[in-house]
Design a protein around this ligand. Structure first.
Ligand code: NAD
Length: 499
């Protein structure tokens, strides 16, 4: 049997167990926070937010610098907590933590430049005004996280929200509360004065309480279905939301591509972390000239890839037990509709571990091509040319990441893909570049974390126009003269009236 979580409950004092998905062992026990407890956390956060904002960019950058130092020095400890709760190999836990640390560093270092006061041109008609814009903190941000990358993913919101001057109330997934607690405790060591970053734990009910409690923004990462519920609930209080949801990311392989590199990227992108990666590779479209060779290379490179909990295993168990049935259904649907498994198949799906599965000839309208599988499976399809590859890649509800392997046409094809991010000739590289915005389109959500765009998501623009001197013509007064109106009409014709 796979790990089963206890039923949610919302009475004060209730707790839930965090279980190892590899052994079902209890690795921690956490409170199921009630709506009243969530509200109390937000009230504490309001006071903390004012203090944190008063530290200014430099004061906050210094604390964030110290936080990333603590995380870096205790990396093995954090990685063990990640492994205990997700089952992923320690090296994979380290990779996601390293990327998370990079984001804390980038957000702290660049917040002043991105969010500090900037001058804007006032234009000819308003040339007596000085125009400036600055980005002020929102106040309290609620961050709701998933379990698949429990360090990297929430830090993509938390680090940027903190750097922008907000307090954060963080609700990690019920599958990874220990990782959330570890991060929040490490932050409290370097910011002991006020609860600037707080942890609340529990199930969907606790997350819903956070959404309804009047925070200034919700940054949600998780499934599309939950994202829709959160957006609907947030509408009641007009709380703005960022939705970082699921994906069905494609890889395009052109006739001139480096096939070894493309096959390697496909195998890693599809199977690492047991396929439980929002920007993981789920579909591949390959030029007909190189299709058969590519499939052979993918199968060959997959032979040594195995799920398990021993140190030799390349990836771990399926963290969320309910996903096993979804993975199985997608493979069965693909095979029953004419698809073929060139590696693995239904028998690859165990109670806890799923071995790699490579599917070909799968109809485009099947679940394995259209829906997020979130397991170590991949479909490979042959295309006439790269126009067909782009059309088919763009033909899902999702649009998170994508990858192109092409020597001559990488940039052109990348620009035509309907997704928030694309990497060319390497897998998922955009996620490791802290200055690049991260987020999706369509059912993959909206809003951006990471980079300057990620900092601005957690701030409100404040525009200020300051009169430097009295204008020769007053436009905004009842004392305005007819001669002024005539002059304005002449001026606007000169400025914008050209044919
Ligand atoms: P999930 O939607 O089941 O849960 C995510 C979080 O939402 C959890 O903390 C959960 O407790 C909370 N939640 C559940 N119901 C809620 C409600 N009604 N109100 C408020 N909060 C609620 O997702 P998951 O299974 O934890 O994560 C996997 C999904 O996340 C996949 O679809 C994956 O693609 C996606 N994901 C997306 C990104 C991205 O950046 N776009 C990153 C990682 C994961």
């Amino acid at each position: 049997m796979t790990a089963v979580q206890p039923k949610p409950s919302s009475s004060v004092g209730e707790t839930f167990d965090s279980l190892s998905p590899a052994t079902d062992e209890v690795v921690g026990t956490y409170p199921v926070h009630t709506a009243a407890e969530v509200e109390a956390a937000i009230a504490r956060a309001r006071a903390a937010a004012a203090w944190w904002a008063s530290l200014g960019f430099d004061g906050r950058a210094e604390r964030l610098r110290r936080w990333k130092g603590v995380i870096t020095r205790r990396l093995p400890q954090l990685c063990q907590v990640v492994r205990d709760e997700t089952g992923k190999p320690l090296a994979d836990a380290q990779l996601e933590a390293v990327l998370g640390i990079e984001h804390i560093a980038w957000a702290g270092k660049h917040a002043r430049k991105v969010l500090g006061k900037q001058r804007r041109s006032a234009g000819l008609l308003m040339s007596n005004q000085a125009a400036t814009v600055e980005y002020q903190p929102l106040g309290v941000v609620g961050v709701i996280g998933p379990w698949n990358y429990p360090v990297f993913t929430p830090l993509g919101s938390i680090a940027y929200a903190l750097a922008a001057g907000n307090a954060v109330v963080f609700k990690p997934s019920e599958y990874t509360p220990g990782v959330g607690k570890w991060l929040v405790d490490a932050f409290a060591e370097v910011v002991p004065e006020h609860p600037v970053l707080q942890l609340i734990t529990g199930f969907g009910e606790t997350g819903a309480a956070l959404v309804g409690a009047g925070v200034d923004k919700i940054a949600f990462t998780g499934s599309t279905a939950t994202g829709k519920k959160i957006m609907a609930a947030a509408a009641a209080t007009l709380t703005p939301v960022i939705i970082e949801a699921g994906g069905k990311d494609p890889v395009l392989v052109d006739a001139d591509a480096d096939l070894d590199a493309a096959a390697d990227a496909t195998v890693w992108g599809a199977f690492s972390n047991s396929g439980q990666t929002c920007i993981g590779v789920e579909r591949v479209y390959v030029h007909e000239k190189v299709h058969d060779e590519f499939v052979a290379k993918v199968v060959e490179k997959s032979r040594d890839v195995r799920a398990g909990s021993d140190v030799e295993a390349k990836y771990g168990p399926v963290t969320m037990p309910s996903q096993i049935a979804v993975i199985k259904r997608h493979i069965e649907d693909a095979l029953s509709r004419g698809g073929k498994a060139v590696l693995g198949g239904v028998e690859s799906v165990g109670d806890r571990y799923v071995q790699p599965t490579v599917l070909v000839d799968v109809p485009e309208d099947s679940e394995a091509v259209q829906e997020e599988t979130f397991g170590p499976t991949v479909t490979i399809a042959k295309v006439r040319d790269m126009d067909e590859a782009v059309d088919r890649a763009n033909n899902t509800r999702y649009g998170l990441g994508s990858t192109v392997f092409s020597k001559a046409r990488g940039l052109e094809l990348a620009g035509r893909l309907r997704s928030g991010m694309t990497s060319i000739n390497a897998p998922l590289s955009f996620a490791g570049i802290a200055s690049l915005p991260f987020g999706g389109v369509g059912d993959s959500g909206f809003g951006r974390i990471h980079g300057p765009e990620g900092l601005r998501e957690f701030a409100r623009s404040k525009a200020i126009a300051r009169q430097k001197y009295k204008a020769p013509m007053t436009l905004t007064s009842f004392s305005r003269k007819e001669s002024t109106d005539a002059l304005v009409a002449k001026l606007i014709t000169i400025l914008h009236g050209k044919r």
